[in-house]
Design a protein around this ligand. Structure first.
Ligand code: PNS
Length: 162
């Protein structure tokens, strides 16, 4: 059984993340989405809501599990007995951070390896932080986030005239 950990802040999960998970399922038998908690002091969505949204999105996909972790990623991977970590790469800007993170984790352990998938063309510009900024200022992020996220963003940040 090939299992990958897909860690991130997911505040909130975007269509780009969902795409990486779907494509990851053609490489791995199961993917455990691991929500890093306690990273940003004041996340837009509380830990449990981020988890609930991802669970709702993958309600019909038994090969996707959702969990939370705090502390070091490699410690969590070790605890779960998982040796592959999946990450998406958007264009050049992500490379430096991902390279640094993978290298640091490599320095900490050689038991875990990172697997990168290039983000699909239509998601190159999508990030959780930009989604938050656009939604907060009343912009329309339809199509850039899955429906359960869109619904919650619209409830939290109503668009002018809506
Ligand atoms: O969605 P993000 O913010 O790009 O995800 C980054 C994340 C959560 C994967 C990374 O910050 C992480 O692994 N945090 C856990 C703490 C840790 O292990 N830090 C050392 C990384 S070298």
């Amino acid at each position: 059984m090939r299992i990958a950990l897909y860690p991130g802040s997911f505040d909130p999960i975007t269509s780009g993340h969902v795409d990486i998970i779907h494509r990851g399922l053609s490489i791995f038998d199961r993917i455990e989405v691991a929500i890093a908690v306690n990273i940003r002091k004041t996340p837009t969505f509380p830990d449990d809501e981020r988890m609930a949204m991802i669970r709702e999105i993958f309600a019909d996909e038994p090969r996707v599990e959702v969990a939370q972790f705090s502390g070091l990623l490699i410690d969590y991977a070790r605890k779960r007995g998982i040796t592959s970590v999946l990450r998406g790469l958007r264009a050049i800007s992500d490379f430096e951070f991902e390279f640094q993170m993978a290298s640091m984790n490599r320095r900490l352990t050689d038991e875990v390896d990172f697997v990168f998938l290039m983000t699909s063309e239509e998601h190159y510009f999508v990030s959780s932080s930009l989604i938050r900024e656009v939604a907060l200022n009343g912009g329309d992020v339809t199509g850039l986030v899955p429906e359960p996220v869109l619904r919650r963003l619209q409830a939290r940040f109503p668009q002018p005239g809506a």
